[in-house]
Design a protein around this ligand. Sequence first.
Ligand code: FAD
Length: 400
Amino acid sequence: MSTAELDDFAKEADAWFAANTPKTPDFMLPLTFMEVGTDQQFDFLRDWQRKVYEAGYLGAAWPKDYGGGGLTQAHQDIATKAMRKYNGPIMLNAIGLNWTGPLLLDIGSEAHKKKYIKGILSAEDIWCQGFSEPDNGSDLGNAQLRAVRDGDDYILNGSKIWTTHGHYGKYMILLARTDMDAPNKYAGLSFILTPMTVPGIETRKIKKLTGEHGFTQTFFNDARVPADGLMGREGEGWKIAMQTLEYERGARIGQAGGYVLTEIDPLEILNLARNSQRDGEDVLDDPVIANHLVDFMIENQASAMGRKRSRIRGLTQDNPLGLMLMDKLVMTEYTRRINQFALGLQGGNAGYYVDDPNAVDNGYWHRGYLNAFSATIGGGTSQIQRNIIGEHALGLPKTR
Ligand SMILES: Cc1cc2nc3c(=O)[nH]c(=O)nc-3n(C[C@H](O)[C@H](O)[C@H](O)COP(=O)(O)OP(=O)(O)OC[C@H]3O[C@@H](n4cnc5c(N)ncnc54)[C@H](O)[C@@H]3O)c2cc1C
C-alpha cells in the first residue's frame, strides 16, 4: 500500500466525516456502549454505525468475503482518527465489533463467519456477552450455567448477570458448563454462540447509579439452542473465553475500528478550568491545579505513545501483550480520575446532576464520573488486571 493511496483515503475519510457526522441530538447520548438504555439512543447509534459501515469506514481491514472492506489496519486507523476528529458518536455494537468478530475471524468456522460477520458490522445483529454470573465474576472459571446436549441442540439452564446490551442482543457469546465431572473446573466449560430470541431466555433490565439502563440479568429456563453454535470443541470454553478477554482488554488487535467509549482529552478539562473560579480567583492561577492538569496531559500522551509502541514488534518481542494489557488498566483509571478532577474544579456545584439548572455543563462531568467506574470493572476489574500484568507480563509468582 503506497503512502499516496493512504493519503487519498485519509482525504476521503476526512471529507466524509466532515459532511456526515450528525449534530448532537436533543436527547442525551450514552457516554460509552455500556450505557445504551433507551430505544431512542439505540436507534440513533444503530443508524450511525450502519452509515459508517456502508461508507467503508468500519471493518475496513476485515476480509471482503465476509462483508469487510478488504483493506489494511492502516486504513482503519485513518478512518477511526477522522471519526474522533469530528467527534462522531460511539459505535453501538461494541461486543460484536471488538471481541466477537475478531474471535470469529480467528477461530470460527467458515459457516460462522458467513453467518455473523456482516450483521456485526452493519449493526443488524447486536451481540452481548454471557460470562459473569451472580456469584462468579472475577472467578469466571467457576461459571455454573448448564448446557446439556440433546440431539442437535443444547438445553440451557441458569443465569448470567451484568449482560451489557442483553435487552437488545440478538446473539450472545456464552460460557456454559457442559461437563460436571471434568477433572477441574476449567475443563468442563464450553463456548456457545447463542441466539437470544428462543423461548426460555428472559432479560430483566438493571438500573445503574446514574439511573441509566445499560445491562440486564439474563435467565435461561430450558432454553433450547442449536448445537452448531459451539465454538471449538466441548471443554475448550475456558481457552476461548480467555482469547475473547484478550480482545476485550485490547491485548490482541483485530477489532473492526471506530471507538466505543468517550475519551476525555485533557484540553477539555483545561477549558473547564479556564471557566472556573474559586473564592473569586481563577482556579487556573492555583499552581497545584495547573500541576495536576499538566500531569494528566503527560499521562494521556504517554498512554497514546505506549499504544503506538505496542504495535512495533521489535519493541515488544519478549512480551507481546504487556503494553496493551496495561492500556486498559491505565486508561480506565485515568478516565475515572480525570472526571473526579473535573468535579473538584466545580466546588459545591459538582453536586448538581444532569438537568439541574445549577449543574456545570449540564452535569456532564458528574455523570461521567459515576459512569467511569464501569470500565474499571467490566472486562476484569483493575485488581484482576494488575494480577494479570504481574503474573503474565512481569513473571511475578501466581496468586493461585
Ligand atoms: C458496566 C458493566 C458492564 C458489564 N458488562 C458485562 C457483560 O456484558 N457481560 C459479562 O459477562 N459481564 C459483564 N460485566 C461484569 C464484569 O465482568 C464483572 O463485574 C467483573 O468481572 C467483576 O466480577 P464481580 O462483579 O463478580 O466482582 P467480584 O469478582 O465479586 O469482585 C469483587 C471485588 O473483589 C476483587 N477481587 C476478586 N478476586 C480477586 C483476586 N483474585 N485478586 C484481587 N482482587 C480480587 C475485585 O477486583 C473486586 O474489587 C459488566 C460489569 C460492569 C460494571
